[in-house]
Design a binder for this molecule. Structure first.
Ligand SMILES: [Zn+2]
Length: 498
């Protein structure tokens, strides 16, 4: 276990707190995953990448991390409310598919996008529909504790009663007295005692295609319930970290807290973490605003708002250039800036692999850069500062490469270790070539780089033999594929075209 002082901003206490897990060497972490009824979009990238970096960093520090990220495949109704159609059932009806066909189709696509972004798969990815029995048991205990009631085959959480005993809405800081006093009765919600109450179980209307038997009715679980149930099943009655997007604080996470406390008599989560949202040209992203861009559209450039295609690694780098609690505004200009910066870093990383020592003793203080990078990540995952530290290392690499600075073998080894640890392992930034070229996006970058070098070696041999046709063929074809090849005095240099 590495010595560290990781500090995390806890949304519940609204302060930065020293992170100490419940168990010395293990961390339990739960993050709300996608509702799989459409393609992954820019909004999905931020929680996925933020908590991927946290997962990677905790693992790097030596913890055994159990990372649970759920798949919502039932119970998430339109407008995040207790009424309206189930999002997945609606898609299934419109496309004349089985609901589970919709789930599988979009889940496969989600996984593919996540893999392209170099987001590691979580340890467990439980489906809400696979945990109906557990959810029913969970509801029974909340009923026993007196914080829920049955109404016409549905079960509702009694918000006013819970609020009186424990306080409701603390995470989001909503003024609940006001909410309880001013929320007006809505049509079709008359089976609730108070409009602020939320469904734990909903009786299915005859046209509702996803339903299960329960002691109360043929129906389905409420959306908030799955996270309380599945986090407890896989991480225990108390666990370390619960994450998600800021938009989930209310009602979703405040409802999760209420359910868990009603169920166990005490809070479940020790550190609540929320990433901020992404806006597009200053506006919230929304289907009706015409600025809703899927990840595939980013990767292919096929959306009217996009001036070009952006690689998955450019998107990842763009997200990590901002602190996760700060806002990020998407624009072509900002993404093109991220693309340039990413290329600068990856070019330096590639040059570093071929550096030769020119000094006998260390010349550079690489340990200081390493300390900066650790301090940045320990400070509530400050990725932009960690990236700035890596750029300082890039500057040194370029000086050495240009012959403007000396370096010993120790310097070169320390630089390599620095990049491999922080850029590759923790920030998850790797050259896009592997993700774009390797079938299915798996595999490491090295073989592809080696293959390009091999071709250029063949070309050098052809040139020595004055076989200009072969030499030109290789260079021209590589150029068509997207490589810039430069002849240098010691051989060649190549990079991906910008
Ligand atoms: Zn959730």
């Amino acid at each position: 276990m590495k010595d560290h002082n990781l500090v995390i901003y806890n949304t519940l206490s609204r302060t930065k707190e020293l992170f100490r897990p419940m168990h010395e060497d293990r961390v339990g972490m739960y993050v709300c995953g996608p509702t799989v009824y459409g393609d992954a979009h820019l909004g999905h990238t931020r929680p996925a990448i933020t908590f991927d970096v946290l997962f990677r960093y905790l693992t790097h520090l030596g913890y055994k991390v159990r990372y649970v990220r759920n798949i919502t495949d039932v119970g998430h109704l339109e407008h995040d409310s207790d009424d309206g159609e189930d999002k997945i059932a609606k898609k299934a009806r419109l496309e004349q598919l089985e609901p589970m066909e919709v789930v599988q189709y979009y889940l496969n696509r989600y996984h593919h996008s996540m893999e392209a972004l170099n987001v590691l798969p979580p340890s467990i990815e439980p489906h809400a529909s696979g945990h109906i029995i557990e959810q029913i048991e969970y509801i029974k205990r909340i009923l026993d504790s007196g914080y829920a009631y049955i109404s016409d085959g549905s079960v509702y959480f009694d918000v006013p009663k819970f609020n009186k005993d424990y306080g409701y809405g603390r995470l989001s800081g909503r003024n609940i007295d006001e909410l309880l006093a001013t929320t007006r009765e809505l049509d079709g919600q008359s089976e609730k005692r108070n409009p602020a109450d939320f469904a734990l179980w909903k009786k299915a209307a005859p046209e509702h295609i996803m339903h299960w038997p329960s002691p109360w009715s043929e129906g389905f679980p409420g959306w908030h319930l799955e996270c309380s149930t599945m986090s407890e099943k896989y991480l225990g009655e108390q666990f370390d970290i619960h994450g998600g997007g800021m938009d989930l604080k209310f009602p979703h996470h405040d409802c999760e807290i209420a359910q868990s406390v009603a169920h166990n008599g005490r809070p479940t989560v020790r550190y609540w973490m929320h990433n901020n949202m992404i806006t597009i040209n200053g506006k919230k992203m929304g289907k009706s605003l015409g600025n809703f861009i899927t990840l595939d559209e980013f990767f292919s450039g096929s959306h009217p708002l996009l001036e070009q295609a952006y690689t998955p690694m450019t998107i990842r780098f763009f997200i990590l250039q901002a602190h996760y609690r700060g806002t990020v505004d998407f624009s072509n200009e900002a993404l093109q800036g991220a693309e340039k910066a990413l290329h600068r870093m990856l070019d330096a990383y590639r040059r570093l692999q071929d550096l030769k020592p020119t000094a006998d003793a260390p010349v550079h203080d690489i340990a200081a850069i390493e300390r900066q990078a650790y301090e940045a990540l320990d400070d509530d995952l400050n990725t932009p500062v960690a990236i700035a530290a890596l750029f300082e290392a890039c500057r040194i690499v370029n000086l050495i490469n240009d012959g403007k600075a000396q370096a010993s073998q120790q310097d070169i080894d320390a630089l390599k270790a620095l990049f491999d640890t922080f850029m590759v392992d923790i920030l998850g930034i790797v050259p896009d070539i592997a993700k774009d070229t390797a079938a299915g996006g798996s595999g490491s970058v090295k073989p592809f780089e080696d293959a390009v070098d091999l071709l250029l070696e063949v070309r050098a041999g052809a040139k020595r033999n004055k076989d200009w046709a072969t030499s030109d063929l290789i260079r021209n074809r590589l150029s068509e594929i997207g490589f810039d090849v430069k002849d240098t005095k010691d051989g060649w240099e190549w990079s991906l075209k910008k």
